[in-house]
Design a protein around this ligand. Structure first.
Ligand code: UDP
Ligand code: MG
Length: 321
């Protein structure tokens, strides 16, 4: 697929009024220096400062600058997703608005997509200029995510990334899943994922938009993404398996309780009431939980089969039609 533009730069921003002119100037300078045709898509994620007015002003001055504005703060993932779907460049670059990522990295990132055949290249802020309260937990997260996903990256959440255009058209980034874009890409079949060490700078203006809750949310998102990616189209495989196990356990325990009672009655051994035995309650719980899991599985199957995306797989190529 040949698009008209060489590069689309997608920038999610939330209250970044001071940084915008400097950022767009810098990006434009780099693009002109390398002779790339480009667009800068500034996605204003419901800023409450003057950001949107500045975006409009910048766009009026420079035809390569485009803006999208949300009516409230939907989050970085929504902003990226919206910008991605509008991007027409052969290579799509995402970067933060706060000048922590350097536009000077763009040509090398683009080169890795165009000439080295990567579907996606993620920046690695090897030397970070962030507080230690952020860098230590982040190392832990990157380690876990890398182990679970099998993707060898050091810095999943780096804002600076480059993509081949079809990749961003085909992945859905929602909630706070921007932390796991490489994982989403891989699960969509884009597994040529590269990494490039990038310069990272201290935040120049404004302040970070993510507090410590990022780590709790990040962990929960990792669990969801693992679950969804594996079972979204077949939830019964998950709930049904657990339900069967629970039901089977309940069944065996019930059989045991009944068998034991008959045996004792038959041989005139001392008997207890069935309801006096802990095993009885265990069996009861196991049977009920088993049935509930099955019901959950059926409900989830219905939701999955009715959703429009139930069959949304990607045809890569076709011939002879
Ligand atoms: N951002 C956004 N919506 C939000 C929060 C952040 O678009 O709800 C943008 C923010 O303006 C910045 C980027 O996402 O361009 C990264 O945010 P930040 O620099 O606060 O994150 P950090 O560098 O601390 O990880
Ligand atoms: Mg930042």
């Amino acid at each position: 697929m040949t698009n008209e533009l060489d590069v689309s730069v997608v920038v999610p921003l939330y209250n970044e009024e001071e940084s915008l002119p400097e950022l767009t100037d810098w990006i434009s300078r780099v693009m002109q220096k390398h002779g790339f045709t480009y667009e800068i898509i500034l996605v204003d994620d419901g800023s409450t400062d003057d950001s949107w007015n500045i975006v409009k002003k910048l766009s009026a001055e420079n035809g390569n600058i485009k803006g999208i504005s949300f009516n409230r703060n939907f989050g970085k993932s929504a902003a990226l997703n919206t910008g991605f779907k509008k991007a027409t460049g052969n290579v799509v670059i995402s970067m933060d608005a706060d000048l922590q990522d350097s536009p000077d990295e763009i040509p090398a990132l683009r080169d890795m997509i165009i000439n080295d055949g990567f579907d996606m290249v993620s920046g690695w802020k090897r030397k970070r200029h962030d507080p230690i309260s952020k860098t230590i937990p982040s190392r832990f997260f990157n380690f876990i995510t890398s182990k679970i996903s099998g993707i060898k990256l050091h810095d999943f959440n780096c804002g600076l990334k480059a993509y081949r255009n079809p990749v961003v058209q085909h992945i859905e980034v929602y909630g706070e899943m921007h932390r796991y874009i490489p994982v989403i890409a891989k699960w969509n079949g884009y597994n040529k994922i590269g990494e490039k060490i990038v310069e990272h700078r201290a935040r120049k203006y404004g302040q970070t938009k993510f507090g410590l809750e990022r780590f709790i949310n990040g962990f929960l998102d990792l669990l969801s993404i693992m679950f969804v990616s594996r079972f979204r189209k077949k939830p019964m495989h998950f709930f049904g398996t657990l339900g069967s196990l629970s039901f089977l356990a309940g069944f065996i325990i019930t059989a045991w309780v009944i068998g034991d009672k008959i045996y004792r009655l038959h041989y005139k051994l001392p008997v207890r009431d069935v309801v006096d035995q802990p095993l009885f309650f265990l069996a009861l719980v196991a049977l009920i939980v088993g049935a509930q899991l099955f019901l959950t599985g059926f409900m989830a199957e219905m939701a999955a089969s009715r959703s429009h995306s139930a069959n949304e797989y990607l045809v890569n190529d076709q011939i002879g039609f």
